[in-house]
Ligand binder design. Sequence first.
Ligand SMILES: [Zn+2]
Length: 420
Amino acid sequence: MANPIKLPKYSVGVGDRFAHEAKAQLQAFILAEGKGIDIVPVWNKSNREHNIIGSEPSSARAAADEAVKVLGWKKPYFADADHINLKTVDRFLQPCDFFTIDVAESRGKPADPQAVQAFVDTHPELAGEITIPGIERSFVTDRRFVETVANKFLAAVTEAGEIYRHVSANKGEGQFITEVSMDETDSPQTPIELLIILAAIADEKIPIQTVAPKFTGRFNKGVDYVGDLDKFSQEFGDDVAVIAYAIKQYRLPENLKLSVHSGSDKFSIYGPIREAMRKYDAGVHLKTAGTTWLEEIIGLAEAGGEGLALAKEIYAEAYAHREELCAPYASVIDIDPAKLPKPEEVDRWSSDQLVSALRHDPKNPAYNSSMRQLLHVGFKVAAKMGRRYLDLLSKEEETIAKNVTTNLFDRHIRPLFLGA
Ligand SMILES: [Zn+2]
C-alpha cells in the first residue's frame, strides 16, 4: 500500500458554489502561512449543492487544482464529497479524495438485535464508570444505556462501513480521507454517545480521520451560533478528550479530530474551540461552506453599476421564491419574514446600504441576519441566471476576491487559529 493520505492537524473546509473563488480562498491560507500557521484547504461541495446548481464534482476539483497551480501552493489540499451516501457517492469517486459519509437516513433505523447484543458483549468497558483523561468528572453508564445508544446508531455505522468499503474498493485503501458526519440530526450527541459511536466505527474498521457530531445549540446557515456558550464549551472540550481516549482505546487513526460543520460564521464558538485545541493540543477541521457565495453578492453590490443591479435582482427573486428556497434548509435557518425588506425598497438602496445589510458584521446596526440567511440559501436564483451571473463574477473579480479573502482570513482563520 502506498503511504496513506493524512489530513494535517489544522484544516478548513471552504465551499465555492460557482467554482469561481478558489484562488481568492487559497489566498487566505497563504496569508495564514505568512503568519506562521499551517492550515490546509479542503474544498467541499455536497450532492445537494451540485443538484441545485447543476454542477458536477469534477468542476470543483478542477477549480481547486487550477488555484493551487496558479498560486504555487505546495502543501496538501483536498476535494471533499460532502454528505454523501451509497446512492450519491459514485460521481464523487474520481474527483474527490475526502469523503464525508452521511448516514442520516439510517440513523434511528432499528439495528439488528443480534448485532446490538454482540456489540454490547464485546464492549464491557463501555458499561460502568468511565474515566477519561482530561475530564475531571467520570461518566457512569450501564449495559442498558450502551444498548440504547447502539440501537440508535449501529445501523448507521454499519452503513457507513459499507460506504467506506465502496469508496475504498474504487480509490484504494489509504488513498482518501474518511469523515463520518452526524450533524444533520435532530438531537446532539453527548460525549459518551460519541465514545460509543467511535467504538462501533472502530469495530467496522473505518479509518476515520474526522468525525462531525451534532453539537448543542443552533447552527443556522450563514449567521452566528445561537445557544448556551458555556454548555458548548464544556461539550466541545469533552468531545476532544473522548476522541483522544478513543484513539488509544480502539486504535483509531492518531490524527482523528473533530469536524465542525459550522453552516458558516459561528464566530462566538471560535473562542471555546481555540481554548479546547490549546488545552488538549488538538487539531480541528472547520467547515465554513456557504459564505463565499454571499461574498460574491457583497462584492457585486460593492462594485456598483451592473453588479449592484444584479445583486438587487437576485434578492428580489429570492424574496419572491423564499418559501421554496428555504424548504430544503428549514431546520438550519431562522428567518423573520417581517425583517425582510420589500424588493421595491431595496431597489432604492445605495451600494453601501446593501453591503452593510449583508456583510456579517453584527456590530453594524444596518446588518440584517434574515436577509443574509435568505440570500445564503438563495444561490439557486443565481444558478438559474447562468452566464449572466458568471460573466459578472469575472468582470468584478477583483472586488469579489478581496471580499472572499478578507472574509475567510479575518473572520474565520484569524480568530480561530491566531486569536483575536
Ligand atoms: Zn454537515
